[in-house]
Design a protein around this ligand. Structure first.
Ligand code: ADP
Length: 298
């Protein structure tokens, strides 16, 4: 099974004509809560693609926990290792202006308790993982501890890019990143990244010591790199309405295929179609396809 050790958020969605200046009060609209957090997004995407997924994480004992867990529950993710703690549920306040520009404030809340102690208390679950899937929205010591307890494959989407010990990070096989994240990861290895194209970025990550690399490139698709070479992955052409959570859809769907025995290239080819599907409708988890959906083709 896939074990995700990661974040669970409630997203509070606010719409404004323009962003307020400091000290200014404006009227907005929206105000609805949707399920988010990169860990939760990826777990839901993987479960909807047919994978057996368990989650290690935390929510608060507050009214935001239920909407944050809605899709994790409905998609069948095992939540026995999600604890209810005396803190607030992770909350992202997302303000989108008419021009599409967004401002986001994230309150980690309960996610900050997914630390070394908590993760090590879930060692039995981690030891069973066929794939451990990690992101950068939990404390670095929890991230490292999860890798420590995993016997098999580790897949990392280091979003956001946090400071993690490079020896732990290099366990990622593959590391999944967009171009921006790839640059920041290379910074951590002290590798210069002046104007590299995606192939050069992927090669630099291999040179830094990663066994395999997957770069996601938005409407340009993705690429897969390992010792056998670098392969471009095409993505279907679709009408993009909302790209929020496309990278998470990709990472979750990718792992769902990898654990069934697909090659990196086959898994990425499928994940690109799932990512493309997800940008056609609003939201993150609400836009993810299950296996009954016919996906767009390249
Ligand atoms: P992130 O959100 O992490 O930056 P990307 O934007 O690269 O991730 O999206 C992940 C994947 O979703 C891409 O590799 C691609 O396959 C698909 N995707 C994203 N945006 C589009 C788009 N506009 N058209 C087609 N596919 C897309």
């Amino acid at each position: 099974r896939i074990v995700v050790v990661g974040s669970i958020n409630a997203d509070l969605n606010v719409l404004v004509d323009r962003h307020p200046a400091p000290g200014e009060t404006l009227l907005g609209s929206g105000g609805h809560i949707t399920a988010g957090g990169k860990g939760a997004n990826q777990a839901v995407a993987a479960a909807l693609q047919g994978a057996d997924v368990a989650f290690v994480g935390a929510v608060g004992k507050d009214p935001y926990a239920a909407p944050a867990l809605e899709f994790l529950r409905s998609s069948g993710v095992d939540l026995t290792a999600v604890s209810e703690v005396d803190d607030t549920t992770g909350l992202a306040v997302i303000t989108v202006a008419k021009d599409g520009e967004n401002n986001i404030v994230v309150i980690p809340g309960a996610n900050s308790l997914v630390n070394c102690d908590y993760v090590s208390s879930q060692s039995a679950l981690l030891a069973e993982a066929g794939i451990l899937l990690l992101q950068g929205e939990i404390p670095a010591d929890g991230f490292k501890e999860a890798i420590h307890h995993t016997m098999r494959r580790v897949v990392v989407n280091l979003a956001p890019v946090i400071e993690v010990e490079t020896s732990a990070l290099l366990e990622a096989d593959p590391i999944i990143a967009n171009e921006h994240e790839a640059g920041l990861i290379l910074d951590q290895f002290g590798a210069g990244i002046d104007s590299m194209d995606p192939h050069e970025l992927a090669q630099a990550l291999l040179d830094a010591g990663f066994a395999s690399v997957v770069l996601t490139l938005g409407s340009a698709g993705a690429l897969v790199a390992d010792a056998t070479g670098i392969t471009d992955i095409a993505t279907p052409t679709v009408q993009a309405v909302d790209t929020t959570g496309a990278g998470d859809a990709f990472a979750g769907a990718f792992c769902a295929r990898l654990i069934k025995g697909d090659s990196l290239i086959d898994a990425a080819t499928h994940a690109a179609r799932v990512g493309a599907y997800s940008v056609q409708t609003a939201g993150a988890q609400a836009s993810y396809p299950d296996t009954s959906v016919s996906l767009p083709s390249v």
